[in-house]
Write a protein that binds this ligand. Structure first.
Ligand code: 5GP
Ligand code: ZN
Length: 112
């Protein structure tokens, strides 16, 4: 997508603090961290949100979770973390390219 900020980050047109990249996904630190560890994992395929995930994306989403588990082990927070994906304005989604927030490094508390 031409005007998508995360597509531009994946392409390197907007700089980011990259953590990991492979043929399917890209991980980078959130510019406005909400926890001591807060990064985003995004598919290279542009999907607007988790509401657009189809059966054809099963391998992609499974792969992203495997990457998250690998990064959690490598970065040393595998004992406790949260994965969040917001869908739509009601859930606070501000960037309309599917992304998984990974949060760790503090007590995260209950949802409300
Ligand atoms: P959402 O609110 O859509 O679930 O999350 C979007 C996230 O993207 C926010 O946590 C926000 O801080 C992050 N973000 C927005 N623009 C940029 C950017 O240009 N670079 C980085 N690294 N993060 C961004
Ligand atoms: Zn995009």
């Amino acid at each position: 997508m031409n005007d998508c900020i995360f597509c531009k980050i994946i392409a390197g047109d907007i700089p980011s603090k990259k953590i990991y990249e492979d043929e399917l996904c890209f991980a980078f630190y959130d510019i406005n961290p909400l926890a001591p560890m807060h990064f985003l994992v995004v598919p290279k395929k542009h999907l607007a949100s988790a509401a657009e995930v189809g059966e054809e994306d099963a391998l992609l989403v499974g792969h992203i979770y495997a990457v998250i588990a690998k990064l959690a082990a490598e970065l040393g927070f595998a004992e406790g973390f949260r994965v969040v994906t917001n869908v739509g304005a009601l859930a606070g989604q501000t960037v309309h390219h599917l992304h998984f927030h990974v949060l760790a490094g503090r007590e995260l508390g209950a949802f409300n």
